[in-house]
Write a protein that binds this ligand. Structure first.
Ligand SMILES: NC(=O)c1ccc[n+]([C@@H]2O[C@H](COP(=O)([O-])OP(=O)(O)OC[C@H]3O[C@@H](n4cnc5c(N)ncnc54)[C@H](OP(=O)(O)O)[C@@H]3O)[C@@H](O)[C@H]2O)c1
Length: 255
């Protein structure tokens, strides 16, 4: 089945991995709703780049950590389009701190944006997918299962995201909605510079069995596959895109 003419909402698609996903889906004929929080210019640039691929783009500002803003965003989508085919839950934020310094504010900020947003967006998106089926794909990281320095809250939020993916996949299967997650190792984006110093990027390049770091397009390619009918029987999974890093960890540690 062709994806031509379908409609996808990609949260946090003004830059980074979200932008690469928006462009990949657009290249397959999918119209894109670009969601952003703080950087309007980047979001508008993504929309222009999407349109240059011959599909339509809309831009909606919404903090996905705020339930009211999520409602406003889906009200806008419902009023304008009356439907939605694909939800990409990509937006993320987080506070990078050692465990001893984590406070309630940092915990709630991170969990609300990274994990609760999937629940609330999926609840609204499924109403717009009623009678037509759909795809929901989230973006996670290896920090959901491996311990990274100062990554505690984000890692826990990603673990919740992956667990929620499994529950949604089962509950939404009767509505013909496929739910999955893509988890990447370190990807060269602004977020990487924020959480880690250049050292991690350098180590990642050296330690990735595939011989280079993951780039946003590697993640976008897998997301696009999960949105295709070829992936119909993949449900509730977290697909790892890491160039072999996670399966090679023990071997590398022994070197
Ligand atoms: N980079 C990595 O190494 C890596 C590795 C594994 C997984 N990931 C995951 O991949 C996804 C994208 O990461 P990235 O590296 O592309 O991040 P990024 O470059 O920091 O971009 C983050 C995006 O999320 C948006 N965003 C942040 N908070 C938001 C909020 N409250 N509401 C709506 N949008 C919000 C930002 O919008 P504004 O620009 O408008 O603020 C931006 O578009 C995330 O889920 C991340 O956890 C990243």
């Amino acid at each position: 089945m062709s994806l031509q003419g379908k409609l996808a909402l990609v949260t946090g698609s003004g830059r980074g991995i979200g932008k690469a996903i928006a462009l990949k889906l657009a290249s397959q004929g999918i119209n894109i709703i670009v969601n952003y929080f703080r950087h309007r210019e980047s979001a508008e640039q993504t929309a222009k780049d999407v349109e240059s691929l011959g599909v339509k783009a809309d831009v909606i500002k919404a903090n996905v950590g705020d339930p009211d803003k999520i409602d406003e965003m889906f009200d806008m989508i419902g009023n304008k389009f009356g439907c939605l085919d694909i939800l990409i839950n990509n937006a993320a934020s987080g506070v990078g701190r050692p465990v001893a310094d984590i406070d309630v504010k940092a915990w709630e900020w991170t969990m609300d944006i990274n994990a609760r947003a999937l629940l609330l967006c999926a609840q609204r998106a499924t109403k717009l997918m009623e009678g037509r089926g759909g795809k929901i794909v989230s973006i996670s990281s290896l920090g959901s299962r491996f311990v990274l320095p100062n990554y505690t809250i984000v890692g826990v939020s990603k673990a919740a995201l992956e667990a929620l993916t499994r529950y949604l996949a089962i509950e939404l299967a009767p509505q013909n909605i496929c739910v999955n997650t893509v988890a990447a190792s370190a990807v060269e984006t602004e977020a990487l510079k924020f959480y880690f110093k250049e050292g991690l990027a350098k180590d990642s390049r050296q330690l990735t069995p595939a011989g280079r770091m993951v780039v946003p397009e590697d993640v976008a390619n897998v997301v696009a596959f999960l949105c295709s009918e070829e992936a119909f029987m993949i449900r509730g999974q977290t697909i790892i895109v890491d160039g072999g890093t996670s399966v090679g960890l023990f071997a590398l540690a022994g070197k």
